[in-house]
Design a protein. Structure first.
Length: 254
């Protein structure tokens, strides 16, 4: 028996070599971190929920022609993905003021923004992922001006899709973070959505009660993280019930 090759281990996921060239296996861990890993806990079952929720979101994006790295889910904790050259940026889209935007600009949490706002953060744990301007990104060659235009367009499409998807199940999409990678089609490069999209990387508030259904539950000790993520999965119709059947969620109208 040969052992599969570990390619990268991050805070919440592990990447292994995939079965074919150009593929990787993405494994979802139960580790939860906040404040640049100052706060850490192992939350039983989080990886399973994020694997499912991210699968659901990425499938939806692929289905409307937004390219992602997702190929298929393999099992409870793993999915097969396309390997790509990661852009060292976190791309944040915001619809409602919260988190670091509220703190930085003194805007009350919960205030709807005049339009979606896209921000870039440089992925560097040692620096605490600082916010950067387009000038920094192009000057230091992290991405080109064309890439930036494509990333903004990609983030806005993801935002429209996710906002509608969550609104349909009574959840307000406050903000979220995506990461993107490059793939090559011959001489042409394309940017695709990579990493994960889950309650770890989104702010999700119940539309009626305002209850938080995302990682802020862990960051701010607001209750049980698994209950919150399970509720998101249940509303999206991706929670298997005790008999293993998936409880029906909203249906796409053709
Ligand atoms: N986010 C993330 N990973 C990070 C930083 C932020 O997934 O390393 C997400 C976060 O969950 C939220 C959005 O990006 O949905 C905006 O986060 P913000 O800048 O407000 O930072 P925070 O308040 O989380 O420090």
């Amino acid at each position: 028996m040969s052992r599969r090759r570990l390619v990268y281990e991050g805070k919440a996921k592990i990447l292994y070599e995939g079965p074919e060239p150009g593929t990787l296996i993405q494994y979802f861990k139960d580790d939860a971190t906040a404040n640049n890993a100052e706060k850490h806990a192992v939350v039983d079952g989080k990886g399973v929920l994020n694997n499912r929720i991210s699968e659901h979101v990425m499938n939806g994006l692929n289905g409307i022609g937004v390219p992602t790295h997702f190929i298929r889910r393999l099992n409870m904790r793993e999915q097969l993905i396309r390997s790509c050259e990661m852009i060292p940026l976190e791309i944040v889209a915001r619809n409602v003021a919260a988190g670091s935007l509220s703190k930085r600009l003194g805007i009350d949490e919960g205030e709807t923004l005049p339009r979606p706002i896209i921000e870039f953060y440089y992925k560097d744990d040692a620096l605490g992922d600082p916010m950067v301007a387009e000038e920094h990104i192009t000057a230091f060659n992290w991405a080109s001006q064309q890439d930036l235009d494509d990333l903004v367009a990609l983030a806005l499409r993801v935002n429209d899709f996710l906002s509608g998807m969550f609104m349909g199940v009574g959840i307000r999409l406050v903000d979220f973070k995506i990461e993107a990678g490059r793939i090559w089609d011959g001489d042409f490069q394309r940017l695709i959505v990579a990493d994960e999209i889950s309650p770890d990387s989104c702010r999700l508030w119940d539309m009626k009660s305002g209850e938080k259904l995302d990682k802020d539950v862990f960051r701010k000790d607001l209750g049980n993280l698994i209950d919150a993520y399970t509720e998101v999965a249940r509303r999206l119709g991706i929670m298997p019930d005790a008999s293993g059947n998936v409880v029906a969620g909203p249906k796409l109208v053709h």
